[in-house]
Design a protein around this ligand. Sequence first.
Ligand code: NAD
Length: 290
Amino acid sequence: MSAIILNGKELAAQMETAQAQRVRDLQARGVSPKLVVVMAGDNPASAIYVRNKARACERLGILSDTIHLPQTVSQQELLRVIDGLNADPTVHGILIQLPLPEHLDEDAALLRVNPAKDVDGFHLYNAGRLLRGEDGIRPCTPQGIVRLLKSAGIALDGARAVVIGRSNIVGKPAALMLTQENCTVTLCHSHTRDLAQITRQADILVAAVGKPRFVTADMVKPGAAVIDVGINRVEDASAKRGYRIVGDVAYDEVAPKCRAITPVPGGVGPMTIAMLMANTVKACRQQTGA
Ligand code: NAD
């Protein structure tokens, strides 16, 4: 069987073209969508993610700003910055880059963001709306997963979906969004017994674990669609930087078995950024009525 490669890079580029047109339409009505990223400290991975988000904004014509707070910033100061952005009508999207330094209360920071500007969809209000199946701002990575599956014509209605990983940013919202699409969903995690027996029943298998080669061929049903969310660095002396990025799925042995599969890199990652851009444009339209 030769698997369809779910090319997130290509789909994200198509989405960007459509979003860029929406941005131009807004600008023609005198509205400039703006995203502000708040980061604290010097986490090198966060710095790369923030740069990628700023570049995407630039490509689409979305205004963007990064507020880079020192590692030692107090909770009070962080909340004051968020309050300022909430009150600024020229800012439509606010993103708190995680993780924050350990002394800071992440949940309190996320809760402080005006839910209308919460373009990551991490605020309890938006999480609650997702749980209830009501319209709201959805987390970017799970949105990207559903979009990739739909773009390849994978039937979701009535499909058996298994999600491995129960984080608030990927696993849980992915399970809820697939439920919303009428999949029958099983959410697995580190305490799940007989994981392989469960994953082998999946028409759609989502891996969001953070462990290289975690999903092996024996865990996958022939003909399944496999979505690999993992971003893991593995040492590789032959690579330019001494490491390469791999997902959670043993791609070489799983791909020949399945109907569709996401590569890493180039699968879910670019879709996450494309969805962030879409959320920012949507938030801007809703706030301005434009
Ligand atoms: P996390 O560490 O918060 O959650 C990992 C989950 O895996 C946990 O719920 C845990 O229960 C589960 N798990 C761990 N060991 C397990 C086991 N042996 N069996 C079953 N389940 C097990 O991670 P996260 O934030 O959800 O991210 C997961 C991965 O996705 C990471 O590699 C992360 O870098 C990546 N990620 C990618 C994107 C993207 O845009 N592609 C976005 C977010 C996260």
